[in-house]
Write a protein that binds this ligand. Sequence first.
Ligand SMILES: *[C@@H]1O[C@H](CO)[C@@H](O)[C@H](O)[C@H]1NC(C)=O
Ligand SMILES: *[C@@H]1O[C@H](CO)[C@@H](O)[C@H](O)[C@H]1NC(C)=O
Ligand SMILES: *[C@@H]1O[C@H](CO)[C@@H](O)[C@H](O)[C@H]1NC(C)=O
Ligand SMILES: *[C@@H]1O[C@H](CO)[C@@H](O)[C@H](O)[C@H]1NC(C)=O
Ligand SMILES: *[C@@H]1O[C@H](CO)[C@@H](O)[C@H](O)[C@H]1NC(C)=O
Ligand SMILES: *[C@@H]1O[C@H](CO)[C@@H](O)[C@H](O)[C@H]1NC(C)=O
Ligand SMILES: *[C@@H]1O[C@H](CO)[C@@H](O)[C@H](O)[C@H]1NC(C)=O
Length: 816
Amino acid sequence: MEIFRVLYLYCLLLCFIKPITSRDIITPGILLRDGKTLVSSSGLFELGFFSPGSSNARYLGAWYKKSPSTIFWVANRDKPLNNGRRNGVLQLNDRGILLLLDYTNNNTVWSSNYSLNRAYNPFAQLLDSGNLVVKNGYGSGNSGNLDQLLWQSFDHPCDTIMPGMKVGWDQETGLDRFVSCWKSSDDPGRGDYVIKIDRRGYPQSVQLNGSKVMVRAGPWNGFTFTGFPNHNQNPVMNVEFVLNEKEVYYKFDLMNNSVFSRIIVTTWGTGQIFYWEIQTSRWQLVTTSPPDLCDNYAWCRANSICNIDNIPVCECLRGYEPKNFKEWNVSDWYSGCTRRVSLDCEASDGFKKYTGIKLPDTTSSWYNKTMNLEECKRLCLQNCSCKAYSNLDSKDEGSGCLVWFEELLDMRQFPAGGQDLYVRVPASEIDLFGNGGHGSISKKKLAGIMVGSVVTIFIIIFGLISIKRRRKLKKSEKEVMDLPTFDLSIIAKATSNFSIINKLGEGGFGPVYKGTLEDGKEVAVKRLSTKSGQGLEELKNEVGLIAKLQHRNLVKLLGFCIEGKEKLLIYEYMPNKSLDHFVFDKSQSSLLDWLKRWNIIHGIARGLVYLHIDSRLRIIHRDLKTSNILLDAYMNPKISDFGLARTFWDDQVEANTNKVVGTYGYMPPEYAVHGQFSMKSDIFSFGVMVLEIVSGKKNRGFADPEYNLNLLGHAWRLWIQGRPMELLDECLNESCIESEVIRCIQVGLLCVQQRAEDRPDMSVAVLMLNGEKLLPQPKVPAFYTASDIPPNPTSLEQKCTQFSQNEISQTTLEGR
Ligand SMILES: *[C@@H]1O[C@H](CO)[C@@H](O)[C@H](O)[C@H]1NC(C)=O
Ligand SMILES: *[C@@H]1O[C@H](CO)[C@@H](O)[C@H](O)[C@H]1NC(C)=O
Ligand SMILES: *[C@@H]1O[C@H](CO)[C@@H](O)[C@H](O)[C@H]1NC(C)=O
Ligand SMILES: *[C@@H]1O[C@H](CO)[C@@H](O)[C@H](O)[C@H]1NC(C)=O
Ligand SMILES: *[C@@H]1O[C@H](CO)[C@@H](O)[C@H](O)[C@H]1NC(C)=O
Ligand SMILES: *[C@@H]1O[C@H](CO)[C@@H](O)[C@H](O)[C@H]1NC(C)=O
Ligand SMILES: *[C@@H]1O[C@H](CO)[C@@H](O)[C@H](O)[C@H]1NC(C)=O
């Protein structure tokens, strides 16, 4: 009996030991040779050797078994096995250290670090989270150490944040877990773009380029990072933030383990969230940062708030004014804002409350988790260098205290979500504005520009949806600049070899085709018929810049392809074609009621303000016309062909000023005749479009029967005669709001005035459209019909002036 008992116990012991010796658990010795892989027990993840992209170097890494090109961890990222042969070996020694050796010479290429914990019969295991761990096995009489963690790959992330991985600091050991991009798709070495936790002041998550902050997620407010107020509504993941003496980190967990997801920082410096789509077995890109202008770190510089729905986007805080008015008035934010009146530094100072804010940079902040808002305010008043305060945590009633001592940087205004911020202002400023002051002005602007908050929310939701787009992730695709390149073969296949059936139209730079990628995504492919002498590198650079232009009223460039003579640009596909299909087509025009047209006019205006003023490139479009305004599924307008103006025309126009490119009917006289263009030329084209949208008639091709005038002349005549409503498209009579129609016509006429100096800037035109600016009386428009353009420019000029003189005398007669 005794023997059986011993055997029974022995068996029990064996049963306990058994898992440790099973296939996925490795005890000291050789774990892996190049050519073999290790799979996690559920079969999701695989560890092995690989060569990235077109490189021959060998790396040890881990990937998704279903998507072997998605490598989420690399052990020896900066120390490849370089000889091109497959002689890497992964070993575990009895001190619990992983060693990557080159077995031809037994050199150690890489090793895991020593642990503070003592090793007992260590073993290594690839867990079902993708984490490669080294743990203690059963110890000699030291069972307390069983399963104690010695090392884990999750403490040494590469470019991917996996579910369950902590990003942040172990405050006791000083271990900083952060992700950094690959150098290129061929080289997993540590690149310059980093996502990490900045521990200075109140800890916050930042995305860096070297040491420079690119995007700041903002501090944690109990629910989310204040920079992404809607982040936690993500149905796939749940984010957790921990801050105590021992640790400061955040991590995300999946709400549903069958939907896996990952966050990466790309070689071109954007943060991206993907999830795995089971139906198609592909990664789906959920979101990309930065999503818009205001997400760029400190876009408006010091003491200024960025509001993507305002024009201009930057506004000084209460009590502050632009440091350099001249720059500020032309939307150059570089100098930021400074105090208008210095603080009294007395108890009489007050605070202006801002709501819906992304809290300022917290690197120079101070916090206390237990103080309440009232204590926080008192604290701030006591110290003259305190600039602002807020709650730390907005859960429940709100708790904690966060105060700022330096200039306030990188704030933005959200239409929904965000936090309250109390900005210190001297007593004199409180009196100056009374309650509400600036705040109410900016709210009014917001409401005006967006035609009511419903539309705002709609557009924001749509904006988010449009970010969600599938992207084919192939390791062989090389990213040039910021933009993915597509293989010519893929595009040829997608467009059925550029078949005539797929042709959508002919743009200024060549034909446009509809394409359907392998994964079903629809794209528009522009095949450039360029003979421009521009170098390939310059072209790539330009295209890279254009890719950075992001605005909801610009068509998004998805990628490009340059192979041999082919130069292709791949855009998002717009299901509703272009505006001219609706406005000028009797059967379609009734689909565009007044509200839609009003919305379209505003959208175009906002896109143009972005191109002219708010984008870093300051682009003149040069070929604005209704066929270049595309409509998405919700009839939102998107300007297309915008950056091409810059790419292809600069050389040509400078080399040959006589060669005028553009479309007659949309060109102002100074451009058509002298080849002079400026932003005011775009304004002219905008004015023509406004009048076309209101009237449903083409400027070129319209001839008013009585006076043989073109559309501009016709509109002006009706205006002068006090009958502007007669210009309105007949099909609109019921849906229109008369005051809006008249305002649009007036703005349209102001934009097409003969003299460029008389035409308003785009930002002014927007204010006029919103009724926030008094409208001057328009002067005579530049009007001529295309059929009148003679081959000789000088005679055209004479003709233009003749025409306007005739018109003036005619209308004066009419008036009497
Ligand atoms: C590498 O080390 C192993 C074990 O220590 C030994 O058997 C082998 O001969 C060594 N190889 C070389 C090339 O030194
Ligand atoms: C190992 O860890 C120590 C302390 O955490 C650190 O100073 C050292 O640089 C690390 N070594 C390697 C090779 O990572
Ligand atoms: C990162 O910094 C480098 C050097 O300052 C700069 O050339 C590059 O454009 C920056 N990248 C981005 C995405 O801003
Ligand atoms: C998890 O996702 C799968 C696949 O999408 C779905 O079938 C399942 O119902 C989800 N489970 C939960 C708890 O949401
Ligand atoms: C800038 O604009 C403001 C407000 O419109 C105006 O008061 C100021 O004179 C302008 N300053 C310059 C230098 O143009
Ligand atoms: C935070 O504030 C509370 C209450 O005022 C105080 O007791 C505590 O010492 C403060 N903590 C720190 C770290 O200053
Ligand atoms: C005000 O705050 C700053 C920054 O924390 C600190 O250096 C300074 O000593 C404080 N001054 C007073 C009077 O508390």
